[in-house]
Unconditional design. Structure first.
Lengths: 363, 303
């Protein structure tokens, strides 16, 4: 049985449907991420799970029991808020002890468990400090220690890394993965950052305008996005308008506007005349100097328009002869070869057949 | 930099002079007055050396001619004054407590209302100040008077249960009604200012971590509001302690407070030195209380 199951959950605010018929199920021990742009309904969904809001219709089941009308204080679900929401008038110790006090644990037991929890997050030295005397990362760890101390069934996190700087965020991501493995508690993580979602999660649900667009493992979502929105939202991608010209057996032939035809394995429910986009990740695009090779399949000539060097990789913007622009990501791994091409260099662009995906427009 | 400093001095000079002339100097005069003899017809006796040995014997021959500790001796010799001080403290403390209990829900309501209504509600809280203080107290005299509808109502209820009718006016009850009524806004305003700054997500967090409504109030809202509680308490307690108009108008003969006693020394019995002594004692008491409040209201950790 799934730990948490949402069945056809709907939440409306006036005319606006914030959560539109969402169903999903989360297993025990999972690191699950709700990913979507701001305003997609992910925070509303989190508040419904935490109990701060009740759905207009649908069921929320925790261990098979409908908790839609259970108040937050009675749910074995804790939340780590974006602002951490540490009690400013309490020390680190008192903050972490709070949930235990609420569940009437004996004082001696509380002391023991708080000490252990603070040790685990390396905050023993800060036990008697107040929140305003801590750094962002330390506050973060206090918030996690407090959320986990009485071992809830589920820990919800509302963009908890949003307020940290990039370097610290990366450290915290690694800590978070380790923490989750250690405690074995199910995490639901809400973020608008696709990097964070890909790095942390075992499964991701991508949300857009109140609906879940796709649920899957990070690698699946990245390599096989279900539609144009997800392809565009997760990572960088080259999108080229295309239409299906004919279908033969297991293959379909597409006409990329202004570029030419390509043949791809048939996708279910695709019919001749359907329109959509061909999506290719920049790191799948190969670039050759015009003189270097000519005998490659799906090869198109163009010239380098611009490039962006960021150290480990360089992104080249290439304009094909017919005006279509593509981005190609090349690793700068060979020593002394930080730059392959200069602006205006004539090049050949190609990609492996399986790297291109056809994403039909949704009706 | 120097110019800036000069400007700062020039700007702060008028208020400094004002406080010096109208606060520091009078306080010093009052302190000196408390050590002098009262004049025969009020005022003070002249500062002259005793003319006869007999006079020297009664006035003490300390060399400090015309100065005496008589007023202080008088204050400490009669338990009556200590009792009046104690009663004043009790009335002030009771008023503060009642104001706090009444003001807290109002302040919370305002702080939790939509922003656009808050200023209107604050305006309503301070609206009574638009009418004269004495008129408002006299209005209470009419409301609590023996012939008022309110008095009749209370007394008919008491009669229903077989109690003797009571006189509401000229009683400690009437004094409390007056002090609470007048000082309630002084409690509401600092409480509101404090409560308005509370981050509502902390209540969500407390609830999320298992705190019920009651625990959320006592463990999150109340401790954070303590600085507001202390400021409000000081703003009610200290003025009530020195209040004389309300006990004069609404209180009975037995309900005089320090304020009335001091007023009587200057306007009634015309014993200025004793009046000054009482004022100094009151000031010391108020300083003690203020010091205590400041100590309590200080944030537990430096910001």
């Amino acid at each position: 049985m799934a730990l948490l199951e949402l069945r056809n959950v709907i939440r409306r605010f006036g005319d606006f449907t914030a959560v539109d018929n969402v169903s999903l199920s989360i297993e025990t021990g999972e690191f699950f991420t709700l990913l979507g742009p701001s305003g997609c309904g992910k925070t509303t969904l989190l508040r419904l799970i935490a109990g701060f809001d009740t759905p207009d219709s649908g069921q929320i089941l925790l261990d098979g029991e409908d908790i839609a009308s259970t108040p937050p204080e009675k749910r074995s679900i804790h939340t780590v808020f974006q602002s951490y929401a540490l009690f400013p008038h309490m020390t680190v110790t008192d903050n972490v002890a709070f949930p235990l006090k609420m569940s009437k644990v004996a004082p001696a037991e509380i002391r023991k468990r708080v000490e252990k929890a603070l040790e685990e997050v390396q905050l023993s030295k800060f036990a008697h400090r107040f929140p305003h005397e801590l750094s962002g990362g330390q506050k973060q760890r206090v918030a996690f220690a407090r959320g986990l101390i009485n071992r809830p069934r589920l820990l919800l996190m509302d963009e908890p890394l949003g307020a940290l700087d990039a370097k610290l965020r990366e450290d915290m991501q690694r800590e978070l993965i380790n923490l989750q493995k250690e405690v074995g508690i199910t995490f639901i993580f809400v973020t608008h950052s696709q990097d964070e979602a890909l790095a942390l999660s075992q499964r991701i649900a991508v949300m857009n305008v109140g609906k879940i667009e796709q649920i899957g493992e990070p690698s699946t979502i990245y390599s096989a996005p279900a539609n144009r929105f997800i392809a565009d939202f997760i990572g960088k991608i080259n999108l080229m308008e295309a239409g299906v010209t004919h279908i033969s057996g297991e293959d379909m032939t597409l006409e990329i506007d202004g570029l030419g035809t390509i043949t791809l394995p048939l996708k279910p429910a695709v019919q001749p005349g359907d329109r959509g986009v061909i999506a290719i990740r920049p790191e799948q695009v190969k670039v050759y100097a015009l003189a270097e090779r000519t005998e490659v399949p799906h090869a198109y000539t163009g010239k380098v328009l611009d490039f962006l060097y960021v150290g480990d990789v360089t992104t080249y913007v290439i304009e094909l002869d017919n005006g279509v622009r593509m981005e190609a990501l090349l690793a700068n791994s060979a020593p002394g070869r930080a730059r392959f091409f200069e602006v205006d260099d004539p090049v050949i662009v190609s990609w492996p057949q399986e790297a291109a995906q056809f994403l039909p427009d949704q009706p | 930099m120097n110019k800036f400093r000069l400007t700062r001095w020039l700007i702060s000079l008028p208020p400094t002079l004002f406080l010096l002339i109208f606060f520091v100097v009078p306080s010093l005069i009052m302190i000196v007055t408390s050590f002098r003899y009262p004049g025969e017809y009020g005022g003070l006796a002249p500062l002259t050396a005793p003319e006869t040995p007999e006079a020297a014997a009664t006035q003490g021959d300390s060399g400090l001619y015309g100065l005496t500790l008589e007023a202080y001796r008088f204050f400490f010799s009669d338990i009556l004054y200590a009792e009046i001080f104690l009663k004043s403290f009790v009335v002030a403390a009771a008023s503060t407590l009642i104001c706090l209990i009444m003001a807290y829900p109002v302040a919370m309501l305002i702080a939790q209302s939509a922003k656009k209504y808050r200023n209107l509600m604050i305006l309503l809280v301070v609206l009574p100040f638009a009418s004269n203080f004495l008129i408002r107290i006299y209005a209470w005299m009419i409301i609590l008077g023996p012939e008022s509808a309110f008095s009749h109502l209370i007394n008919s209820i008491l009669q229903l249960f077989g109690f003797e009718p009571v006189m509401l006016l000229f009683s400690p009850f009437a004094v409390l009604v007056g002090t609470v009524y007048v000082h309630l806004p002084f409690m509401i305003l600092p409480l509101y200012t404090n409560l308005e700054k509370h981050d509502p997500v902390l209540l969500d967090a407390a609830q999320d971590l298992g705190a019920n409504r009651w625990q959320r109030f006592w463990l999150v809202t109340w401790p954070q509001s303590l600085p507001g509680v202390y400021s409000g308490a000081a703003l009610v307690f200290i003025p009530v302690l020195g209040m004389f108009a309300i006990p004069d108008i609404l209180g009975g003969t037995g309900d005089i407070l320090i304020g009335n006693l001091i007023k009587d020394q200057f306007l009634g019995t015309r014993d200025w030195p004793f009046g000054s002594t009482l004022s100094i004692m009151l000031m010391l008491a108020v300083l003690g209380v203020t010091g205590l409040f400041t100590l309590l209201a200080r944030p537990r950790t430096p910001k």
